[in-house]
Design a protein around this ligand. Structure first.
Ligand SMILES: Nc1ncnc2c1ncn2[C@@H]1O[C@H](COP(=O)(O)OP(=O)(O)OP(=O)(O)O)[C@@H](O)[C@H]1O
Length: 300
């Protein structure tokens, strides 16, 4: 059984700037955790502290009850935001070198290099210098570098940025596969539709603090349900003041009302009955907010 990654009460200042304030969360073994936030929110700072390449002013990071030291750090596969490959070294040589740094024998390192370059679709490029690869292919090499030593934890800073749709699919499959093997996987991303699709849980960070944390579906449901009702004359503002309606936006041109309801206080059939009394209903649709909508609300 692998250990959970535990981030506990991290504080970090850069001079006067408070980059992290009581950053606390856990990533369980087998969990794919999405770390999202605006530019400058503190995601990379948190990830660097997890790896021990940056020291926190307070707080700690552990794998289970083990602190992150040189030995535990070798168990982590890390993709830094500032990609750290040697441009003038061949892809294959570089991956074998990194694997050996993590303690693999030469033959195990070569096997692992072949496995991951094939899996990530860069096996034709192992003899090329990294600098001669496109940015997306360099990113695939960077992921291979994070995976080459069969890590027990994965920490990836924006692994999806700049990838084409095929590479996004490959990256998604690999992350799901690693989580399914039972290791904690955390990645940051600004592609919230992807995070919504892939992740078990997410953390939304703003100005160095965790603002929302939980299962994607729970967070979306927490913010209520939206009903779109098209048809009845919206100039009468027919849904105003109904019990359980938290807010109503009326679009006169489209004769549509978008209602935010609290499903514990009112059910959608009651709203439909009220709408029908106001006029014929042509469309009635129920939705929960997307992660993008939730994000906008949380960081606003
Ligand atoms: N070495 C540094 N010196 C001073 N300030 C820094 C340093 N590194 C980061 N910061 C500041 O700390 C804050 C958090 O930055 P961080 O890179 O962790 O954010 P992020 O969430 O990863 O952002 P992005 O999505 O843009 O990559 C920002 O205001 C940033 O300008």
């Amino acid at each position: 059984m692998n250990d959970p990654l535990i981030i506990d009460g991290l504080h970090k200042r850069y001079g006067d700037l408070i980059a992290l304030q009581d950053m606390t969360f856990q990533v369980a073994p087998g969990e794919l955790f999405g770390f999202v936030g605006s530019n400058g929110a503190g995601k990379s700072t948190t990830m660097r502290i997890i790896l021990g390449v940056l020291a926190a002013d307070a707080g700690r990071v552990t794998l289970g009850d083990r602190p992150i030291d040189l030995r535990t750090r070798r168990e982590i596969g890390y993709m830094p935001e500032e990609r750290g490959l040697y441009p003038k070294m061949k892809v294959g040589d570089q991956l074998v070198f990194l694997a050996k740094l993590h303690g693999l024998s030469t033959s195990a390192a070569e096997d692992s290099m072949r496995h991951w370059t094939a899996r990530l679709g860069i096996d034709q490029r192992v003899g090329d210098d990294v600098a001669d690869l496109s940015l997306g292919n360099q990113q695939r090499v960077q992921l291979a570098a994070a995976l080459i030593h069969d890590p027990r934890v994965l920490v990836l800073d924006e692994p999806f940025s700049g990838l084409d749709p095929v590479a996004v699919d490959v990256m998604s499959d690999v992350l799901k596969e690693k989580a399914a093997e039972g290791i904690p996987v955390i990645f940051s991303s600004h592609q919230l539709d992807l995070v919504q699709r892939l992740c078990d849980r997410v953390g939304i960070v703003s100005r160095g603090q965790m603002r929302a944390l939980g299962r994607v579906d729970d967070l979306r449901a927490r913010d209520g349900v939206t009903l779109e009702v098209a048809g009845p004359d919206v100039t009468t503002r027919w849904a105003d003041g109904l019990p359980g309606v938290l807010g109503a936006d009326y679009d006169i041109e489209r004769r549509t009302a978008a209602l935010r309801i609290d499903p514990d206080q009112v059910d959608d059939q009651t709203i439909l009955a009220t709408a029908l009394r106001a006029g014929p209903v042509h469309r009635f649709a129920r939705s929960t907010p997307s992660l993008t909508e939730l994000f906008r609300e949380v960081v606003a």
